[in-house]
Every structure is written in structure tokens, then in C-alpha cells.
Design a protein around this ligand. Structure first.
Ligand SMILES: Nc1ncnc2c1ncn2[C@@H]1O[C@H](COP(=O)(O)OP(=O)(O)OP(=O)(O)O)[C@@H](O)[C@H]1O
Ligand SMILES: [Mg+2]
Length: 330
């Protein structure tokens, strides 16, 4: 069963001058993680806000847990959690008070809220900081508290909009651990990111979006395969290039590339490490010692570049804002 379905979502801003979504389609299988990967302005936040009932599309349909987002937003809200790109927590309140406030917002009883707040603070390693105002928290702690707040009602479907943007590598790793644990607990997750590594690490499936449309979708592996399979790459002294070319031809048989500048012979291979071992043996028989030899798999960076014609991870401005702890309206 699909936990999230979006069909042909179109959304324009400024009286049609800006087309944020241009017929976006996606779905998320229950209990899985969909990574929505796209550069600045691709339409990630717009998509999440529509699915989370905060924004209406110009046209198109969406369901969450089988419920129509446009017709029954109140029902949908009872089932979802959202952690936005810009933290929703109140800076002047303590972590504890923020969670209590969120519990009230969701009409939980005082008792249930307290119990849940204790659990969540523990789960996100924030118990010690519970009585401190958020403004004294690090960026990673704020993000974790924001995530905790989105889980106050134990949502079936969770939306995380760029959960690690602005965090340092350590903070990102911590957040990934937290998200991994959540996923194990069975929640369906739609997360947006500009970080290829993050999609690779967290998502079962990836939807690559650009200019308000899904331009590719699949597992990280299948996307990489679309761009091309593994390549055998051998670097040798220039004098050996021709001989190595013959060797590579025997294990590959197609499209051999010689780069004299890099002193590299490369070609696509279908037999993986077997091709590598065979080539290494033949080199050894000829008495040639390669400077480097290896198999290269395309990265998600290669995928993104080949799909969109530009690289991902261009975000800088917002990270600075987050690091400075400035808040922006949601
Ligand atoms: N309130 C708004 N008014 C006018 N234009 C908007 C508004 N919100 C978004 N846009 C525009 O719609 C497009 C999609 O924006 P959106 O915020 O969904 O992208 P995003 O993928 O979340 O980008 P980012 O990675 O920067 O968060 C962009 O061109 C953006 O400038
Ligand atoms: Mg965004």
C-alpha cells in the first residue's frame, strides 16, 4: 500500500509568474523511505508543504495514508509529522516547554504529553538540555528537538525537509543515526535533501526533482546504473598505454578510452572484480606494474550531473543563516 501519493501537482507563485511545481508525481510505499533529491528551488519544500496540508496546489491530487489531502486536511494532520526546513521551535522556550506546547497543539492530554516528552528527550539525547532555552542549543540539538516535536503524536507518515542542512559532519552523522532508528520503528518517511550522500544513506528509493518535476526515480543503485555501470581504470607509464589497451580490450571488449594526460586506460566492464583480477594477472605476466588500478562505480554526483546538467549541493547561503541561528518565517 502507498502511504503517500502525489499526482500531477502544479503550484505557481506570484500569480503564475513562478512555476514551483510543474506536474509532479511521486509515491511512497508504506514503511519505506523516499528521498526527494533536488537543488535549490527545485520544488522540494513546496511539495512537502502541499503533502503536509499547509499549502494548496493549483491543480493535482495527493493522498496521505489513503486520505485526500485537499478534501480532508484535518484527518491527514492527525497522522503526520513535519519537521520543516526552518525550525518550528520557539527559541525562547526550553526544550521541555516546546514539546509540551506541541502536545497541546495536537490536543494530547497533559499526562500523555509529559510522558511522550520524557521519552522523546531521552531518544534524542536531549534529556540533559531539557530545561535550557533553545537559543542555547547547538544547530544539531535544535534539529533533533524539532524532529522530536514532529513525533509527539507518533505519526504514521513523517515529512522531513532537509533535516541536516546546516549541520556539521558530526551533527549530520548523529541525525542520520536518529533517522535510521525511526525508520526501523516502521514510520513511512519522505525526506528532502540536496545531499547525494544523504539520499544514498537514508533512502530506499530516490526521486530526483528539478524545475518542479521528477526527472528520475529508483534505488541509488538503479540510478547509478542508468548513468553507466562499472568501469575498469588502469593508470600506467605512457610507454605501456598501448599494451594495456590490448589487455583492457580482452576483459572489456567495448568503448576503450585512453587518456594520455592521465596516463589512464579505462573501459566499461560487466564482470566487476573478475575483470579487475584478469587484467591484473595479464599486466603481471607482461611485467607491467600499474601506478593505479581499480573499478569505479558512478556516484550519485555523476547521476545528478548527467540528469540535470548541473551539480547538486550548491546550497551555501541558507547554511550560513542556520548557523547564525537566525529564524525565518515558515
Ligand atoms: N512564497 C513564495 N513566493 C514566491 N515564490 C516562491 C515561494 N516559495 C517558493 N517559491 C519559488 O518556487 C520555487 C520552488 O521553491 P521551493 O522552496 O519549493 O524549492 P526547494 O527545492 O525547497 O529549494 P531549497 O533547496 O532552496 O529549499 C523556487 O523558484 C522558489 O523561488
Ligand atoms: Mg526548501
Amino acid at each position: 500500500m502507498k502511504a503517500v501519493i502525489a499526482e500531477n501537482l502544479v503550484k505557481t507563485y506570484n500569480k503564475g509568474a513562478v512555476k514551483a511545481l510543474d506536474g509532479l508525481n511521486l509515491d511512497v510505499e508504506e514503511g519505506t523511505v523516499l528521498g526527494v533529491l533536488g537543488p535549490n528551488g527545485a520544488g522540494k519544500t513546496t511539495t512537502v508543504r502541499i503533502l503536509a496540508t499547509l499549502l494548496s496546489p493549483d491543480s493535482g491530487n495527493a493522498t496521505v495514508a489513503g486520505i485526500d489531502v485537499l478534501k480532508h486536511p484535518d484527518e491527514v494532520r492527525k497522522l503526520i509529522g513535519l519537521s520543516g526546513q526552518y525550525a518550528a521551535v520557539d527559541e525562547t522556550l526550553t526544550g521541555w516547554d516546546n514539546l509540551i506546547m506541541f502536545g497541546r497543539l495536537y490536543h494530547l492530554s497533559a499526562k500523555a504529553t509529559k510522558q511522550r516528552a520524557i521519552e522523546l528527550l531521552e531518544q534524542f539525547a536531549l534529556s540533559d538540555a531539557a530545561k535550557r532555552p533553545i537559543k542555547t542549543y547547538s544547530g544539531g540539538m535544535r534539529r533533533r528537538l524539532d524532529l522530536a516535536a514532529s513525533l509527539i503524536i507518533r505519526p504514521k507518515v513523517l515529512f522531513l525537509d532537509e533535516p541536516t542542512t546546516g549541520l556539521d559532519p558530526r551533527g549530520r552523522q548523529d541525525m542520520w543515526g536518529v533517522i535510521d532508528d525511526l525508520v526501523k520503528s516502521g514510520v513511512t518517511l519522505l525526506l528532502t535533501t540536496q545531499y547525494l550522500e544523504e539520499a544514498d544513506h537514508l533512502a530506499d528509493e530516490i526521486a530526483v526533482i528539478d524545475h518542479g518535476k521528477v526527472i528520475a526515480r529508483g534505488t541509488s543503485d538503479s540510478l547509478k546504473k542508468q548513468v553507466g555501470g562499472e568501469r575498469l581504470e588502469i593508470v600506467v607509464e605512457n610507454e605501456h598505454l598501448e599494451v594495456v589497451k590490448d589487455i583492457v580490450a580482452r576483459v572489456s571488449g567495448s568503448a576503450i578510452n585512453i587518456d594520455e594526460g592521465l596516463r589512464q586506460v579505462s573501459a566499461p566492464v560487466t564482470t566487476g572484480s573478475k575483470a579487475l583480477i584478469e587484467a591484473a594477472k595479464m599486466l603481471d605476466e607482461k611485467g607491467i606494474h600499474p601506478l593505479d588500478i581499480g573499478l569505479k562505480r558512478p556516484s550519485l554526483d555523476d547521476v545528478f550531473l548527467s540528469l540535470t546538467g548541473h551539480v547538486a549541493e550548491e546550497k551555501k547561503e541558507e547554511e550560513v543563516l542556520v548557523n547564525k541561528g537566525r529564524r525565518r518565517g515558515k
